[in-house]
Ligand binder design. Structure first.
Ligand code: AMP
Ligand code: MG
Length: 275
């Protein structure tokens, strides 16, 4: 059973209809076992993806401050082979980046054949923070939903599996996590007064996220709304969604590997005979 809600654009959603505290009735201990199995499955699929090199995978992580983007990368993507897995983090654009169109800095990090790339924040910031803080005129950011859809269609047409995750936490949970950071020396580096200021725009962000999800969801580039108040459930939900998205390709990848194997074995055989 899927734990994250897959949105493919069939009908508009409202975030208030999704419970950030959802855990599908699971117990934390059972989830740990399930997650370990899913991570094993994911590393196996990653190996086939890399070997067959027919597809690439783009995982977009979005969510409010403290929603767990870094934690998800550490736990779910940590076990992946770094030979073919990259993380690209998108911060406030540099002067050079700002001198280009908003997709310029993003496109160059799109995964190559056989690779998995994780976007830690993404091109969606250009219709989120930019919209909420009026960093660009409305006419400019409004046009970006179409640009994003065209960009993601281009990637999908180029055999990229595009999966986008919104890590859904409640306002109360965010406050707890922000306060927790102040008590833990190892988390001091994450402290930012900016996070407290952003909280004041909670409702504006909700509207911006809803629009991004409603305007930019398609079967070839779905959003997943991930209940993220419980970190263990968030990890499980993200891992499950990725495995479910990649599993249907397994047979094709194995078949393509057979073709490669037969071809190379025939060449080796020919070479041996010629000796
Ligand atoms: P963090 O992910 O906590 O390291 O913070 C990165 C910051 O960069 C966040 O506050 C984002 O909102 C901001 N950011 C990322 N992309 C953009 C963008 N395109 N325009 C403005 N701010 C951005
Ligand atoms: Mg931050």
């Amino acid at each position: 059973m899927p734990y994250a809600y897959k949105i493919t654009g069939t009908h508009p959603i409202k975030l208030k209809d999704f419970d950030p505290g959802d855990d599908a009735g699971l117990k934390r201990e059972d989830a740990a076992e399930k997650l370990a199995k899913l991570c094993d499955e994911l590393t196996r699929l990653q190996e086939l993806l890399y070997a067959a090199s027919d597809h690439s995978v783009l995982i977009v992580l979005q969510g409010r401050d403290t929603s767990g983007k870094d934690g998800t990368i550490k736990t779910v993507m940590g076990p992946l082979n770094s030979l073919s897995c990259n993380v690209a983090s998108f911060k406030v654009p540099t002067e050079k980046e700002r001198a280009h169109d908003f997709l310029w800095r993003v496109h160059q990090h799109a995964p190559a054949e056989g690779e998995i790339t994780i976007f830690n924040r993404s091109h969606y910031e250009d219709v989120l923070v930019v919209r909420v803080h009026e960093l660009a005129p409305e006419k400019v950011w409004r046009a970006r939903y179409d640009h994003i859809n065209a960009f993601e269609k281009l990637l999908a047409d180029n055999d990229t599996v595009v999966l986008k995750f919104y890590l859904h936490i409640s306002k109360e949970e965010q406050e707890e996590r922000l306060l927790e950071r102040e008590q833990d020396r190892t988390k001091y580096w994450k402290l930012s007064v900016g996070d407290w200021k952003e909280r004041e725009y909670w409702n504006a962000y909700t509207r911006a996220y809803e629009d991004a999800i409603n305007k930019c969801s398609a079967p070839h580039a779905p959003w997943f709304i991930v209940p993220a108040n419980k970190k263990w459930f968030r990890n499980l939900a993200v891992a499950e969604a990725i495995v479910a998205a990649l599993k249907p390709f397994e047979k094709q990848w194995l078949k393509d590997l057979d073709i490669v194997g037969q071809r190379e074995k025939a060449l080796i055989e020919e070479y041996r005979k010629s000796k």
